[in-house]
Design a protein around this ligand. Structure first.
Ligand SMILES: C[S@@+](CC[C@H](N)C(=O)[O-])C[C@H]1O[C@@H](n2cnc3c(N)ncnc32)[C@H](O)[C@@H]1O
Length: 193
């Protein structure tokens, strides 16, 4: 039967925690797959913040969500052309401490310029910012690619940061194929306080 893929596991963990009307974040919207998933969970009363540094990613995301508008399922979509390191600046102040989930899928946009890639320092800053705006019980998910060039250092830095979080503040989960050290893996962080 096999285990859930890292992407499916990320979706399952998020689905268990997001309710209709919640504010949520896609920190790396890319082709918009995770944004669409989040929009389906939060529904028309929710707010979805989708970040990317490439306009073509935001365009693909808007296009992917367009059918939701046709039948009244479109959430309040904020497509943000800026680094996810600036989550605090872009998420409305009154939603700080209320965000139910923030999803990140690091690396580069498939089918686009592979040199536009997430970078260790801004990735860790983004995860810190996401944890800051989360509500207690909310979740951050991060899919990491240790097999990509540069992805190994980024994954190691993120794993070290997440493992060092105080247990009273957050709980960190690693979901990884132990026999495949270069395969993508998932870190999930549930905020406690
Ligand atoms: C692996 S792709 C995301 C895939 C996406 N979740 C999907 O469902 O298609 C990574 C994305 O991160 C974006 N990115 C790179 N650096 C970024 C940054 N500092 N802030 C926000 N997005 C960034 C890339 O442009 C790319 O679109």
């Amino acid at each position: 039967m096999g285990f859930l893929s890292v992407l499916s596991m990320a979706h399952r963990l998020v689905q268990e925690r997001v309710r209709p009307g919640d504010p949520v974040i896609d920190g790396t919207c890319g082709n918009g797959m995770d944004t669409l998933f989040l929009a389906g969970l939060t529904g028309p009363r929710g707010s979805v913040y989708a970040f990317d540094v490439q306009e073509q990613a935001l365009a693909r995301t808007r296009e992917r969500l367009a059918p939701l508008a046709a039948d009244g399922r479109m959430p309040n979509l904020h497509a943000v052309l800026d680094s996810h390191a600036r989550i605090r600046e872009h998420v409305q102040a009154e939603l700080h401490g209320k965000v139910a989930a923030a999803m990140f899928n690091f690396g580069y946009l498939p089918g686009a310029d592979p040199s536009v890639i997430t970078e260790t320092q801004s990735s860790v800053s983004a995860l810190e910012a996401a944890l800051d705006v989360l509500r207690p019980g909310g979740i951050v998910t991060a899919v990491l690619y240790p097999g990509h060039e540069g992805g190994d250092a980024e994954a190691a830095a993120i794993e070290a940061w997440a493992s060092a979080l105080p247990q009273v503040a957050a709980q960190t989960l690693l979901y990884r194929m132990a026999q495949k050290p270069t395969a993508p893996y998932l870190i999930a962080i549930e905020k406690r306080t």
